[in-house]
Structure formats: C-alpha cells, structure tokens
Design a protein around this ligand. Structure first.
Ligand code: NAP
Length: 484
C-alpha cells in the first residue's frame, strides 16, 4: 500500500513572523517535507516576512540552519534543500507600519492561491489583516491562517473574531489547532464513522466513561511569561483537549464536509455542563532532580497558575447522559503520552462466575507517541485449569499495519498547511466553536479566582497530584497508566 501524494495548485504563501520560533521549528520544515514529497507544483513560492533587515540570501541561510536542526533528513539532502530555498524569499516589513506593502504586492501572482500565515502574536492579527486589505493584497483565493492562542477568554476571542471578520469572510480564516492535524485524530473519525462495529456501542448504554490524557514531560522553559498568564486550562484544555472531546462525543455528520463536521462539534461544546468545583483538580509541579519547580521557573514564589488540570465533564444530551468524560493534562509528568481511552461497561452478566473476575473492553486511541489504536478484548487464558479470563490487546499500530511506505505519515503541520492550500477547513476551528469553548472555560477560571484556589503540588516525573486519583476513586474508577 503506497501513500498517495496529491499535488496542490501553485500557491504563494506569505509567512508573517518567518524568523520566529514557530516558523523555524514547525512551518518551514513542514513545507520542506511537502516539497520533498513532490506535493508542490512548479512556480510555488514562500515569502518570509518579519521586521529584521536582511535579504533573500540572508533569510535562506537562516532557513537552511533551521531545516538542518529540525528535519533529520535535511542534512543528507543538500540538493533538495537548495531547490527548496530557491523558492523561498524574504521581505522586511513591520506589521504595524504602512511601508513595504507595495513591495509585497509586487511579489504575489495575480490569480494564484494566496495564503497569509500569521505566525505572530495575536496583537498583530488586527494590524496585519487591516493592511493586507488596505494595500489590496487579497484576491479571490485568499486564505489567512492564525495560530493559537486564539484569545485568553471569551471577550478577547470575540474581539479577535470581530477584527478578522471586518476584513475576511469566515470561509477564508483557518484557525490552527495542530492536534486536529494528527493522523490518529482523523483516524478517530474513520474508525467511528467508517465501521459498523463501534458506532452502535458509542453511547452511555455501553460506554462507562471516557478518559482523555495529554501528558507532557517538558516544562515551560522559554515560555514562562505566556504560561504564567495562561496555565494548563487555557493552554491545553480549552483547545486541544476540547477538540478531542468533540471528535469523540459528536454525532455523525451527514457528510465529511467542513461545516457539517464543525456544526456537530459545536453542538458538543454547547451541551457541556458547567463543571462543579469538586470535579476539577489543579496542580503545579515541584522541583526535582531534573529541574526547578514551577514557581522557581517563572520567578514567582506565590504563583497560583496551574501546570496540571484534571476534570470530570458531562455532555448533556441523549447519547451521553450519565457518561463522564475525564480529562487531564500536565507538564513535567512521568511520560509524554496523548491518548483517549474509551472504557466500555462490563458484560451485564458473567457466565464464568465471580472467579473469572471483571473484564471490560477498552478502545485506546494513541495520538503520540506511536500513533495507533488498540482494542482490549477478553479471552480465555491459554492452557489447562478451567476458564480463566485475561485481557489482551488487538493492536493496530499504523506504521506496522500499513507497511514501510507509511512509516512516516505527514506531520500535523504538513497536513494542515496543505489543507489551507486546498481550501479545506474541516480540520480548523470555526469562530463560533472557539467562542463556545471559551464560554465553557471562563466560569471555571473565574471560580478559581473568586475562591482564591491554589493548585496542589505534584512531583516532577509523577502522574500528577494525588487528588486527581481521588477524583476517579470517588466514582469507583481509576486512571489508566501514563505510558510512553
Ligand atoms: P516568536 O519566536 O516571538 O516570533 C515572532 C515573529 O514575529 C518573529 O519573526 C518576529 O520577527 C515577528 N514580528 C514581531 N513583531 C513584528 C511586527 N511588528 N511586524 C512583523 N513581524 C513581527 O514567536 P513564535 O514562538 O514563533 O510564535 C508565533 C505565534 O505562534 C504566537 O502567537 C505564538 O503564541 C503562536 N504559537 C507558537 C508556538 C511555538 O511552538 N513557538 C506554538 C503554538 C502557537 P522580528 O522581531 O524580526 O519582527
């Protein structure tokens, strides 16, 4: 089975913030890999923009260094790097000033797909949008890509949406959540809606509960100021975990069409109950052998920002009434692991008697590392000695199942940027989705402030604060392990 590369139409991609961390670490390496895969046609060009004064050659040196650092194949592939760089240009320009926009306009092709990637802080979205429009840079095939964070609360997200809406139609705006670009996330939809097997069981009658874990081993180094203002709730739960929850809980859309999918996701967010304070645990990592604690890292000995959240959510609709969704995410945990576990109920009656123990099916959807899906099924333990039951995994590692050609499926940024070029918004958040997610998140954060809530300390390298275990234990359940 050979993965297919479907070439896109020629495009002009302007990256604002092209000298920044995100552009160098993610966007340009992703573009390079799609170039190597043969997905770009002749004539396509990338134009890097930032304030720093440099010419094309200077920027190409910067990009070459970034590719060498962030793409393992680039060093041994000098010819492809050189060919890629020939399609890369640079223009110094300040997003808040009116000089230089005519020069940018003169680099763009009239009838070509034109994407403007805002890889800059959100305070520049307005100035950029305004100038792109004012200087006549839009054409019939214009798209704008904006990065998270999309606001820090409902009011700021509404303001950002209103600013963008002044200059662009919603169908031109691509709000990136790179979790949605992961192979397994799309596979989640394929598994649910492409098979007869799961969907009939995908409801509160058969599913006991669902666990969504996004665990990181890294801390917040290099992002202290931002993180201290954001915390895990804004940085991870409001966007990444919320999107995963939506894909798990949503009704089947009538078709795989951007608005049909996003309408269903929006209904899930709107059906979420307010989270009770005793159903949320906040944590903050302490120092250990491998580094300082959170408060030392941010230089604020009284910081009450959470680096960990666990919570119990409910989707109040017919499908999910009574089925809790447990979400947790944290920094400096024992392993890097993003996984969704769908925990099915026990069989209603055991014909094997109490000695056989209790067994329930679990569907694990692993996003990282080792993307794949595992179904835990109960079988007879081999050998003599009566009917003893054990649980074994039916494992579908995509890399193994689909053969060597598919060992390295395109990364999230590769897929998402190519979707922008194709004009496919299915994997991008719509403005009303983002606002609904903030409307659910804001009261939780406001409640913490009103109560003077202080996060519970947890050891670096652990699974999080003990109270997160209690959150489950009180319900007679337990978290699955956090395994690399
Ligand atoms: P960064 O490293 O600070 O880069 C900012 C870029 O914007 C630089 O190229 C900077 O270059 C340019 N810039 C700043 N002011 C400008 C202006 N007035 N006009 C034109 N260019 C200007 O930031 P980043 O980490 O790349 O993040 C970019 C955005 O992506 C942020 O919104 C961030 O929250 C988001 N994001 C980042 C990551 C990540 O992993 N880094 C992940 C998710 C989301 P000059 O100073 O030369 O102008």
């Amino acid at each position: 089975m050979v993965s297919r590369v479907i070439p896109v139409d020629p495009f002009d991609l302007v990256i604002f913030g092209a000298t920044g961390d995100l552009a160098q670490r993610k966007i340009l390496p992703a573009l390079f890999r799609r170039f190597c895969a043969g997905q770009w046609p002749e004539g396509t060009q990338i134009i890097g923009v930032a304030r720093r004064a440099q010419d094309d050659a200077g920027f190409r040196d910067v990009v070459r260094a970034a590719l060498h650092e962030h793409d393992p194949t680039a060093r041994s592939n000098a010819q492809s790097v050189a060919e890629f760089l020939r399609r890369v240009r640079y223009l110094p320009l300040d997003a808040t000033q009116d000089q230089g926009w005519g020069d940018l306009a003169s680099l763009l092709h009239a009838d070509r797909i034109r994407a403007f990637y805002f890889s800059v802080g959100p305070s520049l979205f307005g100035p950029l949008a305004e100038r792109i429009k004012a200087h006549g840079l839009t054409n019939a095939q214009t798209r704008v890509v904006v990065e998270k964070p999309f606001g820090h609360d409902l009011a700021s997200a509404q303001a950002l949406n209103a600013t963008l809406a002044r200059y662009f139609h919603e169908s031109q705006i691509y709000r990136i959540d790179h979790y949605l670009g992961k192979e397994t996330v799309q596979n989640l939809m394929a598994v649910r809606f492409g098979n007869m097997l799961f969907e009939p069981l995908w409801n509160s009658q058969y599913v006991d509960h669902i666990q969504i874990t996004v665990a990181e081993t890294v801390g917040i180094d290099g992002r202290e100021d931002y993180y201290e203002r954001a915390g895990a709730m804004r940085d991870m739960v409001q966007n990444h975990l919320m999107q995963l929850l939506c894909l798990i809980a949503m009704e089947p859309p009538a078709k795989f069409d951007p608005d049909a999918v996003r309408d269903e996701k929006l209904k899930v967010i709107r059906a979420l109950d307010t989270v009770e304070p005793h159903h949320i645990v906040r944590g903050q990592f302490e120092g250990g052998q491998d580094g300082a604690g959170y408060r030392a890292v941010v230089g604020n000995p009284r910081s009450t920002t959470e680096s960990y959240v666990a919570l119990r959510a409910h989707v109040s609709n017919w499908r999910w009434a009574g089925t809790p969704f447990y979400l947790r995410t944290g920094k400096r945990l024992v392993a890097r692991s993003s996984v969704i576990n769908v925990m099915f109920k026990d069989a209603p009656h055991s014909i094997f008697g109490a000695a056989a123990g209790r067994h329930a099916n679990m569907l694990s959807i692993r996003l990282q590392p080792n993307e794949g899906i595992t179904l835990k099924v109960t079988i007879k333990e081999p050998g003599q000695g009566g009917m003893r039951l054990i649980d074994v995994p039916l494992d579908m590692s995509f890399a193994e199942a689909l053969g060597p050609e598919n060992q390295n499926p395109p990364g999230a940024y590769e897929r998402l940027i190519m979707d922008v070029i194709r004009g496919n918004q299915t994997l991008f958040m719509r403005g009303d989705e983002v606002e609904a997610a903030w409307a659910w998140t804001d009261p939780i954060i406001a409640g913490w402030h009103a109560r003077g809530d202080v996060p519970k300390p947890y050891d670096s390298g652990s699974t999080g604060p003990g109270d997160a275990e209690l959150l489950m234990k009180r319900d007679g359940r337990h978290w699955q392990g956090i395994n690399p």
